[in-house]
Design a protein around this ligand. Structure first.
Ligand SMILES: NC(=O)c1ccc[n+]([C@@H]2O[C@H](COP(=O)([O-])OP(=O)(O)OC[C@H]3O[C@@H](n4cnc5c(N)ncnc54)[C@H](OP(=O)(O)O)[C@@H]3O)[C@@H](O)[C@H]2O)c1
Length: 330
């Protein structure tokens, strides 16, 4: 490669499959186009959607990059960019796949500034996951003081943030997790009660923890293994939010079942449309950084992996060995 050409290291996949399809490549990178900045990426976030996309569960056109979230420093600025300057520290989570790289050109409207006092690793440990918790707790179902909130996979990356933030809003939070050790972590993350859902009878134990009142809202990112139980944990006119499928897709149901279970509201939202508009994205990012300052979000980094070992990060998450976020370093 011509030594005067700027290059970058980037993860690409040519086929869907196991973690071994993640290939590190070196390739030239062009200067930023109009409206873009070029980032030297300092840290990248692993998010569970990366596994769905790598495996083809959520198919992408191939070949493709992977990863939605990174934090870095602006190294050059394309024509027409007025909001950012060289040296600014920024983060993104909705600029399309391709965040697994040490350098990337990104549309400036997709960037938020990282406030002073928050380093890039701390920022990617929470940003995508907290932007998820932000819309789930405020717009999908606006959680109020006194509500009973059920959070599945409460020791996970999103789960810990969702639980602590819901507690900060004054809710009674019931968490579920896959082991007793993860239940302890869920309690540390703000859950009033934590129930091991790998054991029989978890639905009854959730209902007992709510003193028979059941949940105003159930946040279910586990899908296949929990969904029907989630319908039983929601109170009359309650809301069931299916926002992930860690154990596989939730089974299809007849809408009549929602009537039988108590005229429930069922929704399947996504963080991306909630942050498609630049002004909304920046306002939501501000809300996240404020929650971080208030202590309603606490970064919890379970593991760090270098870019060339990103397959190990995926394997760890698929084996359910992480509690909290996984961060990838260039
Ligand atoms: N819709 C959206 O807007 C949106 C945005 C962000 C994330 N999400 C979803 O939120 C969930 C959490 O994301 P995350 O990045 O923070 O991941 P994570 O919670 O750190 O990891 C997923 C967790 O799911 C649980 N799980 C249950 N059954 C599983 C199985 N069969 N295989 C693997 N894991 C299983 C595991 O916790 P236990 O061992 O405790 O069961 C695991 O640690 C994911 O489903 C993700 O897709 C959705």
């Amino acid at each position: 490669m011509n030594p005067s050409v700027m290059t970058r290291r980037v993860i690409q996949l040519d086929a869907f499959g196991g973690a071994d399809v993640l290939q590190l490549r070196e390739e030239p990178i062009a200067p930023p186009a109009e409206g873009e900045v070029q980032l030297r990426q300092v840290a990248m976030g692993f998010n569970y959607i990366d596994i769905y996309q790598r495996s083809g569960k959520y198919p992408l056109p191939l070949p493709t990059g992977l990863g939605h979230e990174a934090a870095g420093v602006v190294e050059s600025v394309g024509h027409g960019v007025t909001d950012f300057q060289v040296g600014d520290r920024v983060i993104y989570m909705n600029a399309g796949v391709g965040a697994y790289a040490d350098r990337r050109n990104v549309d400036a409207t997709k960037l938020a500034r990282i406030p002073d006092g928050i380093d890039e690793i701390m920022a990617v440990a929470v940003f995508f996951k907290a932007m998820t918790a932000e819309y789930l707790l405020h717009r999908t179902y606006p959680v109020k003081a006194g509500d009973i909130v059920l959070v599945h996979a409460a020791a996970g990356g999103v789960g810990q943030i969702l639980s602590r933030w819901a507690k900060g809003l004054g809710a009674c939070v019931i968490g579920t997790a896959g082991s007793d050790e993860k239940c302890r972590i869920a309690r540390e993350a703000g859950c009033d009660h934590a129930i091991n859902y790998s054991q029989e009878g978890w639905v009854e134990r959730v209902i007992a923890a709510s003193e028979g009142r059941k949940a105003h809202v159930v946040y279910d990112s586990v899908g296949r293994h929990t969904f029907l139980g989630s319908l039983d944990c929601a109170r009359k006119f309650g809301t069931v939010v299916v926002f992930g499928a860690a154990s596989g897709p939730a089974p299809s149901i007849d809408p009549e079942l929602l009537n039988k279970k108590g005229c429930l509201f069922l929704t399947r939202p996504s963080v991306f449309p909630h942050n498609a508009d630049a002004a909304a994205f920046r306002a939501n990012a501000d809300a996240v950084f404020q929650a971080l300052r208030k202590g309603w979000i606490k970064p919890s980094v379970s593991a760090r992996f270098p870019l060339d070992k990103v397959a190990d990060a995926h394997a760890m998450a698929e084996r359910r060995q992480n509690a909290g976020s996984i961060v990838i370093l260039p």
